[in-house]
Design a protein around this ligand. Sequence first.
Ligand code: APR
Length: 230
Amino acid sequence: MKKKLVILTGAGMSAESGISTFRDSDGLWEKYRVEEVATPEGFAANPELVLNFYNQRRRELLATKPNAGHTGLAELEKEFDVRIITQNIDNLHEQAGSSHVIHLHGELMKACSVRDLHTTYALSPDSPDIHIGDTDPHGVQLRPFIVWFGEAVPMIEPAIREVEDCDIFVVIGTSLNVYPAAGLLNYVRRGQPIYLIDPKEVKAYRNDIHFIRKGASEGVKELTKILTDS
Ligand code: APR
């Protein structure tokens, strides 16, 4: 029976693929106001601006590929029952071959309608944009399938269940600033090993964390050594 390895990832996981994080010095929130591009109010006020913000990030994603951190996590499926819970809206974990990925904040390559946030429509790489006037089969305007600030995070329940019965918990590339994602750490049973991979120090409110002060690619290599030697 393979041990269950649950991994929470954030923007730092995709940094080495060239996708900017949010809160690092050159991060996305240095260039855009969150309220304008990542809230329902922002979308209502200026749908064109918001649709273009995500069209641009979608095109950026199409020009990137998984890094050694993503592929290293996919490799771990040989030895472990790996479940990935990501805050990222990119599909680099899937491209790298990870087979169980829960997206807490939605998926960039999918759209939904402004009236039904659960029915999704895949966006194809050769026509990746959403424009005003693009509608679902019922004629309702499409929007990015992204959880904006203030919106419900329907995938948090399945994520909590995965964390509650994990044998090992790993955090990679997240500043643990945004809830409910950051709160998942609370659900790791005492005594289960927790590893945190990040080149910077991350304030985490538990004293039983094994820090690996490295980037995702090097950190996943070190984690793999630790887990397969033990
Ligand atoms: N490898 C690993 N971690 C890295 C790397 C790297 N190469 N480079 C940076 N990091 C770390 C940073 O040190 C930081 O701790 O990645 C983390 C990125 O933190 P944030 O930019 O806050 O991204 P994240 O935690 O994923 O943000 C959470 O906030 O804006 C919302 O919805 C958005 O999902 C996002 C959420």
